[in-house]
Design a protein around this ligand. Sequence first.
Ligand code: SF4
Ligand code: SF4
Length: 196
Amino acid sequence: MEGNPTGCMGLPDYLGWQWKSKVEIPIVCVPGCPVQPDNFMETLLYLLYMASGRAPMIPLDEALRPTWLFGSTVHEGCDRGGYYEQGQFGEEYGSPLCIVKLGCWGPVVQCNVGKRGWMGGIGGCPNVGGICIGCTMPGFPDKFMPFMNQPPGSLLSSAAVQTYGRAIHALRKFTQASLNKVPSWRRQSAILGNSD
Ligand code: SF4
Ligand code: SF4
């Protein structure tokens, strides 16, 4: 058994992906390394409501993850999304720019940690400079290794974004410079001139 000498597995593989308890509660996966604690408690609370007949069947995706927690990508909630869109990519650690070239898998990884933070709203991997390594995905870790290499699928998209993003960024700089100037009609000389 390559890469898994002990043969360990998750509950869905062990019991079956369609398994349900006697009271019709399915297996629910709340992934993460470690699990985001609010995600875990929220899911537990939902299941308690469900078990007591106060909530409908928990909505799950094909990997048995609660859809309201794992329906969006890290990228969609990342503080650095604006830099990505403008084609501004960091080349070294500590950069405030988008870190896709340093190995961030955020554009294709489903996780809400970017928005929710790690604990009490604080942190969130890419927001604070840590590449997303895909720890909420069923293919983790094997499909995301070697960590810290640029994800192969991102080469094309980041190259395309770089061309478009640089042009957009230059145009925005132009508009920004104009918006940073006080309108001529609001200048003191114009106001004094009007009051004459
Ligand atoms: S740091 Fe990662 S998640 Fe954030 S914008 Fe860049 S690629 Fe997307
Ligand atoms: S942002 Fe990426 S590495 Fe961080 S918790 Fe989410 S999936 Fe895991």
